[in-house]
Design a protein around this ligand. Structure first.
Ligand code: KG4
Ligand code: ZN
Length: 314
C-alpha cells in the first residue's frame, strides 16, 4: 500500500510517500528563517511561502521516492487543526493530485499525526499513553487504536511550546526559542530562580500562561534592578518548572491508565528534559515499550501523517 501525504498546517510544507509503512521520502520545507525577524509565525506569510515552496517539495519528493505516481493508492493531507491559510494550500494541492491521479483522498488530524510520528521507528502496543507537546498543544492522550483517541487532559490556555517561545523572545533569544532554552538549560543551575510549577494539581489539565507571565515579570524585575540575568540558570529554572508539571501529571496518568506504550509527540518532544522524564517514568513503571520520536519526526512533517493513514487503513 503506497500513501502520499501532505502536511502544511503551520510553517512547514512537507510531502511524504510511504510504502507499507516504510518511508520512501519525507521532504520538508522550513520557513523558520523568514519568520525569525517577526519573532514568531506570521500566518499570512506562512501560506504565501507554502505557495512558493510546494513546487520544489513535490518535485523533489516524487523523484526521491523512485516510484511511478500511478502506483500510489491513497492521498492524505492535514485537514485540522492549523492556520487556515496554510491548511487551504495543503488541501488544494492534495485534491489536485488526487483528481489528476484519480485516487481516493482523506483529510486527517494533525495531532493524531504527531502521535504516529513516534510509531515510525517503533511498534505501538495499545493502549498507548502519549504526551503531546507542541507550539499549539499540551495534552495527554490515550490511544486505544489508530482510530480511537481519548484526550484525558489538555491545556486551559497557552501551550508549552508557545510559553517557551515567548519567554525566549523576552530574554532576547532567537525564534524558535524552545530548542535554545533547552540547550542553555543543560548548562545551568535550576535552583537559581524561583518559578511556579504550572497548575500543579490533581487534574490532567495544563496551564502555561501563569508560568509565562511569572517568567516575563521576573525578567522585567531583574532588568529594572539592573541585575544581570544568568541565562543558563534562568533557562534551567524555567525548564524545571515547565517540565515538572508534565512529570507530575504523566505519572498520575500512568498509574490510572496502565498503558502498554509510553511516548511523547510534537515539536517540544525533542526537549531533552521531557525525553528524560518519559524514559525514567517508563523504567519506573516497567513499561517496556517506552520511546520518544526521532527528532526529524518531532516537528511538523508529512511522514507522520502518512504513517497515521497507513495504521488506520491497515
Ligand atoms: O509541533 P511543532 O513543530 O509545531 C506545532 O504544531 O506547534 O512544534 C514547534 C514547537 C516550537 O514552540 C518550538 O520552540 C518547540 O516546538 N521546540 C522545543 C524544542 N524543539 C522544538 N521546545 C523545547 N525544547 C526543544 N528542544
Ligand atoms: Zn505540529
Amino acid at each position: 500500500m503506497k500513501i502520499l501525504a501532505i502536511e502544511s498546517s503551520c510553517d512547514e510544507f512537507s510531502l511524504s510517500i510511504i510504502d507499507n509503512g516504510k518511508i520512501l521520502t519525507n521532504v520538508i520545507s522550513s520557513q523558520i528563517d523568514q519568520h525569525k525577524e517577526f519573532g514568531g509565525v506570521v500566518p499570512e506569510l506562512a501560506a504565501r511561502l507554502h505557495l512558493q515552496n510546494m513546487y520544489w517539495v513535490i518535485k523533489q519528493a516524487i523523484a526521491e521516492s523512485q516510484i511511478n505516481t500511478d502506483e500510489i493508492d491513497y492521498i492524505v493531507y492535514t485537514a485540522k487543526p492549523g492556520l487556515i491559510g496554510s491548511l487551504i494550500v495543503g488541501k488544494v494541492v492534495a485534491e489536485t493530485i488526487a483528481l489528476y491521479l484519480d485516487k481516493p483522498i482523506i483529510g486527517l488530524d494533525h495531532i493524531e499525526g504527531h502521535i504516529f510520528g513516534a510509531a515510525i521507528d517503533h511498534e505501538f502496543i495499545y493502549p498507548v499513553l502519549a504526551m503531546v507537546v507542541s507550539g499549539g498543544h499540551t495534552q495527554i492522550e490515550i490511544v486505544h487504536s489508530p482510530s480511537q483517541f481519548e484526550i484525558v487532559g489538555a491545556t486551559n490556555d497557552d501551550a508549552i511550546g508557545e510559553c517557551y517561545d515567548k519567554v525566549a523572545r523576552v530574554l532576547g533569544l532567537d525564534y524558535p526559542g524552545g530548542p535554545i532554552i533547552d540547550k542553555l538549560a543543560q548548562q545551568g543551575n535550576s535552583q537559581t530562580y524561583q518559578l511556579p510549577v504550572p497548575k500543579d494539581d490533581i487534574s490532567y489539565d495544563f496551564s502555561y500562561s501563569g508560568l509565562k507571565t511569572a517568567a516575563i515579570n521576573l525578567i522585567h524585575n531583574l532588568n529594572q534592578k539592573s541585575e544581570p540575568i544568568i541565562l543558563v540558570d534562568f533557562a534551567a529554572s524555567f525548564q524545571l518548572a515547565a517540565v515538572t508539571a508534565i512529570e507530575h501529571k504523566l505519572e498520575r496518568a500512568i498509574q490510572n491508565y496502565n498503558p502498554k506504550t509510553l511516548t511523547a509527540a510534537g515539536g517540544v518532544s525533542a526537549n531533552s528534559q521531557i525525553q528524560k522524564v518519559i524514559l525514567e517514568l517508563g523504567q519506573k513503571y516497567n513499561i517496556n515499550n517506552t520511546f520518544v520520536p526521532k527528532s526529524e519526526y518531532c516537528t511538523d512533517n508529512a511522514a507522520m501523517m502518512a504513517k497515521l493513514a497507513y495504521e488506520k487503513f491497515k
